[in-house]
Design a protein around this ligand. Sequence first.
Ligand SMILES: Nc1ncnc2c1ncn2[C@@H]1O[C@H](COP(=O)(O)OP(=O)(O)OP(=O)(O)O)[C@@H](O)[C@H]1O
Ligand SMILES: [Mg+2]
Length: 236
Amino acid sequence: MSGDGILIEGVSKRYGEGDTAVDALRRVDMQVAPGEVVGLIGPSGSGKTTLLKCLGAVIEPSGGRMTVGDQLIYDGGWTIPDLRALRRDRIGFVFQAPYLIPFLDVTDNVALLPMLAGVPNAEARSRARALLAALDVAHRADASPSALSGGEQQRVAIARALINRPPVILADEPTAPLDSERALGVIRILNDMAAQFRTAIIVVTHDEKIIPTFRRLYHIRDGQTHEEAGEGRPIG
Ligand SMILES: Nc1ncnc2c1ncn2[C@@H]1O[C@H](COP(=O)(O)OP(=O)(O)OP(=O)(O)O)[C@@H](O)[C@H]1O
Ligand SMILES: [Mg+2]
């Protein structure tokens, strides 16, 4: 693999200790090339969210190695000083719940991150509107998040995760609240992003409409991953 993408090597995560310890990840290996969208599927409690949180530096693994882009970020301990900068600049998270800021309108929810990073407001807003249009929610650009449907809120949250063009996107059941046409629309956008910006993307999903679109899939079960070829079905 080139110096980009995601590399996970023998990553373990134990929650708690002693009798109540839970081994959520047991030496997981996974690799995502730049420009690739990979599926991660497995039963409830198998460790999917735990893996995304470790990779996104939201929680600390118990062992193993993780590389993001050309940088080793974890090797039995964090190897970079500024985890906040890693989360802010290099990881786009899409959670199952949208977590929008209630007192900002839809456009500014999406434009906030680039504004904070020093992009002029007008430019950040125009980038936000372009993404909102691509996600079929431009007509709600001036609304307050509370006035949106669950699916519309989720598409706004996806726009927010994409706007800084992070090299890595981690999506935890991003299409759960969406109808099948919009779910496929989101997957199409993630694939376009990956192709255009060489983003490495992991999508956790149970969605039977989405799973056939992946070219490569990882199954996770009892904290261990198994790779398999997917159908790679074109997205209509
Ligand atoms: N903070 C925590 N403390 C202790 N155990 C935890 C914690 N978070 C998760 N676990 C346990 O770790 C295991 C993996 O949980 P995780 O949330 O990663 O599963 P998941 O695959 O995302 O499941 P789901 O499909 O239901 O979202 C489960 O047994 C869970 O109970
Ligand atoms: Mg989960």
